[in-house]
Design a protein around this ligand. Structure first.
Ligand SMILES: C[S@@+](CC[C@H](N)C(=O)[O-])C[C@H]1O[C@@H](n2cnc3c(N)ncnc32)[C@H](O)[C@@H]1O
Length: 273
């Protein structure tokens, strides 16, 4: 079935048992909570684990999926996430799956759902998939795979793009939101703009140096030599509190292409770290 097994897949296959044990939903023959009558996790006919439909809908909700989105599911199984995104949200969908039989099944499912023209399935190693055009990325993979994907997500996806994961987190990248659906936890991250470095900040006719340190969506640093506080990014929207000598002031704005602009202030990047 899988001709070109690679080392990553070999790592994933035995570990899928771990996904079931972790209480993830399954496709096919399942009870409402993904267990059989003995309380054991059940698996679908392909011996692979799928997100429950209730969880898929909650993931699409959490990411705020609309018809403007390209929703990509890495390790797309039977295709249910991109198919539901297309059918119920009008989005375009992309499924990336290593298993050829699941690609065939996904294409049949997309046709049956009437969304074959809006959803594409690609037989590919998920680590080879470019993410630049993806506005919503969905994952139901192992934690170590999430961690391996994290640098590619941050480097390739645009600020404001959303990532939703069923059950597994992203290590020290704090989720922007978490939701519980039955016994399943889902996580949302919004890809932050990259703002670390030195900036020349201009406001009210004067200018000062702004130095920013970034830890994903959290920012710290100084403005005019005084520490800034409560620095946050959500996508390309930045907010922080600075003290220019007249007490704390909240600055809010947008960051793009080495510039930040807000109401009554702007900043130009001088250097990166
Ligand atoms: C737990 S299932 C999730 C299916 C679907 N995303 C969902 O939530 O219902 C993980 C899927 O990832 C696929 N997979 C595993 N390793 C992969 C790889 N390296 N590249 C692409 N797909 C992979 C498996 O074949 C399996 O279908």
């Amino acid at each position: 079935m899988i001709r070109r097994r690679n080392s990553r897949l070999l790592v994933l296959v035995p570990a899928l048992a771990g996904l079931a044990v972790a209480g993830c939903g399954t496709g096919g023959n399942q009870s409402a909570n993904g267990t059989n009558q003995s309380g054991e996790p059940v698996r679908d006919q392909q011996d692979l684990v799928s997100s429950e439909y209730e969880v898929v809908r909650a993931m699409l909700d959490l990411a705020g999926v609309t018809a403007n989105d390209l929703v990509a599911d890495l390790g797309s199984g039977d295709g249910r996430i991109p198919i539901l995104a297309a059918k119920e949200r009008g989005a375009r969908g992309l499924g990336v799956e290593i298993d050829r039989a699941r690609i065939r099944q996904s294409n049949a499912n997309a046709s049956a759902a009437g969304v074959a023209t809006r959803v594409q399935f690609r037989q590919q190693d998920l680590f080879q998939t470019p993410l630049n055009d993806v506005s919503v990325l969905t994952l139901f993979l192992l934690p170590e795979i999430n961690l391996q994907l994290r640098p590619r997500i941050l480097a390739q996806m645009k600020p404001g793009a959303r990532v939703v994961s069923n059950t597994f987190d992203m290590g020290d990248w704090r989720p922007d939101q978490t939701r519980t659906v039955g016994r399943t936890t889902i996580f949302l991250w919004v890809v932050p703009a990259e703002v670390a470095g030195r900036w020349r900040l201009t406001r009210g006719g004067g200018s000062t140096e702004l130095v920013l340190t970034q830890n994903y969506q959290d920012i710290s640093g100084s403005a005019g030599g005084n520490p800034i506080a409560e620095g946050q990014l959500q996508g390309d929207r930045i907010a922080f509190t600075a003290n220019f000598g007249q007490g704390p002031q909240r600055l809010e704005g947008q960051a793009a292409d080495g510039r930040m602009r807000g109401n009554g202030w702007e900043a130009v990047r001088i250097s990166r770290p």
